[in-house]
Ligand binder design. Sequence first.
Ligand code: OSB
Ligand code: MG
Length: 368
Amino acid sequence: MKIESIVLREIQMKLNAPFETSFGTTSERRILLVEVIADGVSGWGEVTAGETPAYNPETTDTAWHVISDFLAPQLIGSSVAQASDLPELMSKIRGHEMAKSAIENALWDIEAQMKGVPLWKLLGGTTEEIACGVSLGIRENPESLVRRVEEELTSGYQRIKLKIKPGKDLNYVASVRNKFPDILLSVDANSAYDLKDTAHLRELDQYNLLMMEQPLQWDDIHAHSILQAQIKTAICLDECIHNSRHALTAIQLKACRIINIKLGRVGGHTSARRIHNLCQSHSVPVWCGGMLESGIGRAHNIAMSSLANFSLPGDVSASKRYWAEDIIEPEVEVTPQGTIRVPTAPGIGYMPRVDRIESLTRRRVVLE
Ligand code: OSB
Ligand code: MG
């Protein structure tokens, strides 16, 4: 596959409702879409960075800079036998996993189209119906959170994750657990606590949580290993894990018992699959996290989630939970059983709606 050009677009999309986490509230997304053209075939990827460097260091603007000034000039004109050769080509550029992921994933879309197979099959996926959960933002009070949980359960979602932060944690979790004693329930703190809060976090042990996601500092695996030894609830790492070496460190230090894999955070499908395989060989279940993606990112998440060790429901949910209108055709739909069926068409298996994408585009550059 010879990489001929890269079209970089920034689109703006308003979320159906603001999403609040411990690090801030998002109402409007500024999303970079990467369209790679190789051997005349177009493939799509999404940069999952946020608008601010509050979740990880990357932002929409850093990704624009790194792709247009460093990654594209390096890649355009070069040839690769397969998409999994991309990480090596990009390895001289440190970090910026989300920028790299969008490019590599677009190449995977192209490779799958050229081979005439759905991306999930090319990746080695086996699960044709993936289990879905939802991530619920912080609410003004526990009562309104309980109402939201009820709606999501009625829609069929198999696992509920509550965003928490200091002051909006124990009472929210208690209210939901009292109303729904048997559901799969987890919490995500997005690094809002530190080891001094160990006694407080141990209070969560009484609610039979499936996991507690990233309670401590975004870059501190060791601190999580100290916490995990002192609480019963399984820790799941999100922010801390950027590659398979981090995953191995976390497993060996017993810093977590579950890992959340996000394509952007780990640098693309090749790294994600490597982490998946490593976790599988250590009997550590994984699940697919979300970053409030448009349909393009969502399609890649679905393909990745078909790998066998994605054995817990992920944060991949229906397009309509986020967007009045998505940018792919068909939109991502969830069955009444809380599952998504993998697509059958070649590549990512959903058609980018280019007219709609163009109408949402705020800036665009063709790199060639
Ligand atoms: O930590 O999983 C997270 C959204 C933005 C940044 C970080 C996270 C999230 C979510 C939302 O939890 C998941 C989704 O896309 O539904
Ligand atoms: Mg998380």
